[in-house]
Design a protein around this ligand. Structure first.
Ligand code: FAD
Length: 287
């Protein structure tokens, strides 16, 4: 089923999850039991990330997205980046997705990989959206950044570029993680003013260990509200307390977002069924 139909049929806040394939050095089966537990929670869909490497990076994404949809009975979205791909490589990936009955793609530019010269067929995610759209048959999602993308001149320039992504065929947006809901509401206002009217899901990452916070902040530049920093500092040397505090913080964010009628919550599960289950149990009856 296409994600657009999930939004049309449900008329409520959608709950989706994100998972990632295992590293190439681990067998693909190493994530299967976690995927089974995650899918047993019956999210509206599960998206599967795409390795930053480029060449044939799609194969594991495709295999996992196919397993989720065709074996575990949950709709899936395959991420696809274009920074390191030629048009021929994208064609090959799209035919693989089609062959596995995958109908939904999160079209991304991706980040440059050190030492790899980027390809030039697609400069931005909007170029990839337009190309996939021209081929037909797929629902297209795109990424958005409540605090502005890290390369963008400013938040306004970023939202105007986002509008180009919608005009190029993106039917739905999933946001970068954020820890302050007010930042997300301000972004929604900017998007509305820019003429963006597709469903926008709020990206929520339950922070469950200290390294994760440091890595995330350096990668995506998400700002940390003082309330969040205080909690993390208090429990940084107590792993179980930090995990529980991270879950509680995420639940509080989600409850407030749902009561404000957001279109969807996209939970970055980090392949952790325990955390996904705790959060789902806490918010299920609100949806
Ligand atoms: P774009 O939308 O192309 O934007 C990139 C930058 O270019 C922005 O600053 C934007 O303002 C600017 N821009 C866009 N269009 C134009 C234009 N026409 N003219 C001038 N400037 C323009 N990375 C992975 O490698 N694999 C994944 O699976 C993955 N999944 C993700 C999922 C989500 C929900 C999110 C939010 C991010 C994900 N990323 C993933 C990270 C993403 O690849 C990076 O953030 C990347 O730097 C930008 O990708 P994009 O698709 O948002 O790029």
């Amino acid at each position: 089923m296409k994600i657009t139909s999930i939004f049309e049929q449900n008329k409520r806040t959608i709950l989706s999850f994100e998972v990632f394939p295992p590293k190439k050095t681990s067998p693909i089966e190493s994530v299967f039991s976690k995927l089974e537990e995650i899918c047993a929670l019956k999210p509206d869909f599960v998206s599967v990330t795409y390795g930053a490497g480029g060449t044939l990076g799609h194969s594991r994404t495709c295999e996992i997205a196919s397993k989720i949809k065709n074996e575990l009975g949950v709709e899936s979205v395959a991420h696809l980046t274009c920074v390191n791909s030629t048009r021929e490589m994208i064609d090959e990936t799209l035919s693989d997705f089609r062959a596995h009955n995958i109908e939904n793609i999160l079209a991304l530019r991706g980040d440059r990989v050190e030492g790899v010269e980027p390809q030039t067929d697609f400069l931005y995610a909007s170029d990839l959206c337009a190309y996939i759209k021209s081929k037909g048959g797929f629902h297209i999602s795109g990424a958005c950044y409540p605090e502005g993308h890290i390369d963008a001149e400013n938040e306004i320039a970023d939202v105007l570029n986002l509008k180009k992504k919608i005009d190029s065929g993106a039917d739905h947006l999933i946001s970068q993680l954020f820890f302050d809901n007010a930042v997300f509401y301000r972004f929604l206002e900017r998007a509305q003013i820019a003429g963006i009217h597709v469903p926008v899901e709020a990206g929520i990452m339950p922070v469950t260990n200290k390294n994760q916070i440091e890595r995330m902040v350096s990668l995506c530049g998400a700002s940390l509200p003082p309330k969040f920093v205080k909690i993390m500092q208090k429990y940084e040397s107590k792993p179980e307390a930090l995990r529980d505090a991270g879950i509680a913080y995420a639940v509080e964010q989600i409850v407030e977002l749902i009561s404000n009628g957001v279109d969807g919550i996209h939970l970055y599960t980090m392949n952790n069924p325990y955390v996904a289950a705790k959060i789902t149990a806490a918010v299920r009856n609100l949806l």
